[in-house]
Design a protein around this ligand. Structure first.
Ligand SMILES: Nc1ncnc2c1ncn2[C@@H]1O[C@H](COP(=O)(O)OP(=O)(O)OP(=O)(O)O)[C@@H](O)[C@H]1O
Ligand SMILES: [Mg+2]
Length: 391
């Protein structure tokens, strides 16, 4: 056993938990490149033609990606008005307007020649919200502000935005750009975000730079664990990494859990090298942690709907995907077998997406499991149930 050089002297670098920035943002190179094509150009005062939309299941790394953009743009070399916010408060067109003015703030107020209204900017904000100041005048101010400092608005949990707020915000940004003000919105949210565009009639799926976040590829998944360990002075063997990558299926949240647990082991035992045997040793513990997560997700389903979930899970496990028409047919049939109303089908399909059971990545005609091992877990639950019933 080797003594760790620095392991144990620092806090655990890994960050398991939603919304927590990873120590090393693995992969996502193409996504970052495509985002920066638009966002970077805006920061350089160019007028781009596309806003950015990022969607993916829970824990795929949307918040982490937004934070990485924020971090890059926070560099004093960029003269931008930068705001990272969550969409929870964007419930109406008025909310969207208020936020927009709020983000541009005091300097916008100055750009708007306050003497004309005899108000401070908060007063003006309230007036605009109530529609008492002409939009044209406010837009003039917004355009002037964006020209002096380009606006980059990063909105997380964007699937929670009300359609009216989404429409208002994107149309306003489009208008600002149309009048020569560099501005861009980056929306990140769960897969339902892809539908928000249609409901809000802003067709961002056609005119935006849209991307979906899939599970990490093998190389990136290995890097997510290896690089922070190495930075802490801990080496990990290739075979150990291969096992972890296979076990997590490239799910960022589980990679952080593995990294965190391995760092703790190395730190406690003052080791600077980890091998396959260490991974084997932690395997049961990690499986239990994962199953706890899955049990939570499974518990959110009503008992009669769990049966439907199992039917679809079996199909997904066999083929790895399912087409939308086949999915609808299978749910309809299962509802019929249970003597239930076929009209429940739409709601159940929504829940399958909302609960991160399956989703359709960008450019795919098929529905895929959001996390393949959760699908196996669902099928396994039925086997356990039958085994438990046996005398
Ligand atoms: N590219 C990455 N490399 C390594 N770890 C990552 C990466 N992306 C995310 N993570 C880690 O995965 C976990 C989930 O990430 P994050 O919270 O960004 O996901 P999310 O898609 O925003 O989830 P939610 O849908 O719950 O908002 C966090 O622990 C984060 O540190
Ligand atoms: Mg998030």
């Amino acid at each position: 056993m080797t003594r760790g050089k620095i392991a144990g002297l620092f806090d655990n670098p890994f960050s398991p938990g939603y919304g927590r920035q990873p120590p090393y943002l693995a992969g996502r190179k193409e996504e970052r490149y495509r985002i920066f094509e638009q966002v970077g150009a805006t920061a350089n005062s160019e007028i781009v033609s596309r806003d950015v939309v990022i969607y993916g299941p829970r824990g795929s790394g949307k918040t982490s990606l937004l934070r990485a953009i924020e971090e890059t743009l926070s560099n004093p070399g960029f003269n931008v008005t930068l705001e990272l916010m969550t969409a929870t408060d964007l419930k109406s067109a008025e909310d969207a307007r208020r936020e927009l003015i709020g983000v541009l703030g005091q300097s916008l107020w100055e750009a708007l020649k306050p003497s004309e209204w005899g108000l401070d900017w908060r007063g003006m904000q309230a007036k605009w919200q109530r529609g008492e100041i002409s939009r044209n005048e406010v837009r003039k101010g917004l355009v002037a502000k964006c020209k002096s400092s380009p606006l980059i608005l990063l909105i997380d949990e964007a699937h929670l935005m009300a359609p009216s707020a989404c429409r208002e915000l994107l149309n306003e940004i489009l208008t600002i750009r149309g009048r020569g003000g560099p501005a861009i919105v980056v929306l990140a949210g769960k897969p339902q975000l892809a539908e928000l565009g249609d409901i809000a009639q802003v067709s961002f799926l056609e005119r935006g730079e849209v991307m979906s976040l899939d599970l990490l590829d093998e190389q990136s998944a290995g890097d997510a664990v290896r690089i922070p360990l190495e930075c802490a002075g801990i080496k990990i063997s290739n075979n150990a990494l291969v096992k972890i990558v296979r076990d997590t299926q490239g799910y960022p949240q589980f990679l952080q859990l593995w990294g965190s647990r391995l760092w703790k082991l190395a730190s406690e035992q003052r080791r600077s090298e980890l091998t396959e045997a260490d991974v084997d040793c932690l395997d049961d513990e990690m499986r239990n942690t994962r199953e706890e997560v899955y049990l939570g997700r499974f518990a959110a389903w009503k008992t009669e709907n769990r049966e439907l979930l199992t039917v679809i899970a079996k199909q997904l496990l066999q083929r790895g995907w399912i087409g939308q028409p086949a999915l609808e047919e299978m749910v309809q049939e299962a509802l019929e077998n249970q003597g239930r109303d076929g009209r429940e089908c739409g709601e159940i399909l929504n829940q399958m997406v909302e609960s991160d059971f399956l989703w359709r990545p960008k450019g795919q005609a098929k529905m895929l499991p959001a996390l393949p091992s959760f699908v196996s877990f669902v099928v396994e639950q039925e086997r356990i149930k039958f085994r438990e019933r046996e005398p």
